[in-house]
Write a protein that binds this ligand. Sequence first.
Ligand SMILES: [Fe+2]
Length: 129
Amino acid sequence: MTNKFELYKCNICGNVIEVLISGDGHPVCCGEEMEKLEVKNDTLNSPDLTEKHSPKITRDDENNIVVTVEKHPMEEKHYIQFVQIISDDNDEVITKFFHPKEEVRMNTNIENNDIKARSYCNIHGVYMN
Ligand SMILES: [Fe+2]
């Protein structure tokens, strides 16, 4: 059984998939069940971690939502690959992909005020604000 917006990774080929419509089965890739990526929150572990993954949600002067990940490497081998803003009712999702050396920052004028944000690090996995 899957749930909407869950992420699964193939530990053989590296495919990462997102569930859009849930079903009874478990995703399979390369002949094996894919690993469900559990959502983590690094602010709970240590407030002074030098490397942080959890996205921060703020608003700019025009009241747009701004999501950033400020304290994380953006190197070829270790970087934030994407950030998503998801409404609490799970009816809206916005995804932005990032590349090494880029600043992790996304803006949206999404009207829904009840949102969460998550980031995906290619090494450490999924983090929610
Ligand atoms: Fe990381």
